[in-house]
Every structure is written in C-alpha cells, then in structure tokens.
Ligand binder design. Structure first.
Ligand SMILES: [Fe+2]
Length: 92
C-alpha cells in the first residue's frame, strides 16, 4: 500500500488499509469473473463462482467497517444506496 505522506494518524492509516483492501477484493472479483467467463470446465467454473461470491462478502464487510468509521461516507451511503430513484436524481 503506497502512502504519499509519512506522518499519518492511526485513524487515517486504518481507513487507508480498509480502502486498499476493498480495492483488492474488487480486483479479485474482476479476475474471478474473467476466469469464469473463460473456462470451459463446469466444475472449475462452479468453484470460481463460489470463490468470487466469497470475495463479494469480504468487500461488503470492508465497506461496512468503512461506513462505521467514515462519517461522510456513511452519510452518502444513506443518501444513495438502496434507493429506487433514477441515478441522475441521486447526486447533488
Ligand atoms: Fe477476499
């Protein structure tokens, strides 16, 4: 994980750890999707699909931790996630 500053408080460092971990979970989901799409082996596809969906759980656990520890993010999540309005109606 690359930092651009060295004098960073613990809260910021932990948020960076969570955000970087979320990036890595999303990357893993992308890679699994590509492999699922590419393989012709049904049994392997099923294992990869299971593993990909586990990564989604990991990603959501990180997002939940971030929601609990990043007040502005929590506000945006409440404003945007789970709403049925047209997306164009959800930004400021
Ligand atoms: Fe994971």
């Amino acid at each position: 994980m690359g930092y651009i500053e060295t004098n960073v408080d613990e809260k910021t460092t932990d948020l960076s750890r969570a955000r970087q971990s979320l990036i890595e979970e999303l990357q893993a989901i992308m890679w699994y999707d590509e492999r699922i799409s590419a393989t012709k082996n049904k049994a392997l596809r099923e294992v990869l699909m299971h593993n990909r969906d586990d990564e989604k759980e990991h990603a959501m656990l990180l997002l939940e931790w971030m929601r609990r520890n990043d007040v502005p993010l929590n506000k945006k999540i409440k404003e945007i996630l789970g709403k049925s309005k047209d997306l164009s109606k959800l930004w400021d």
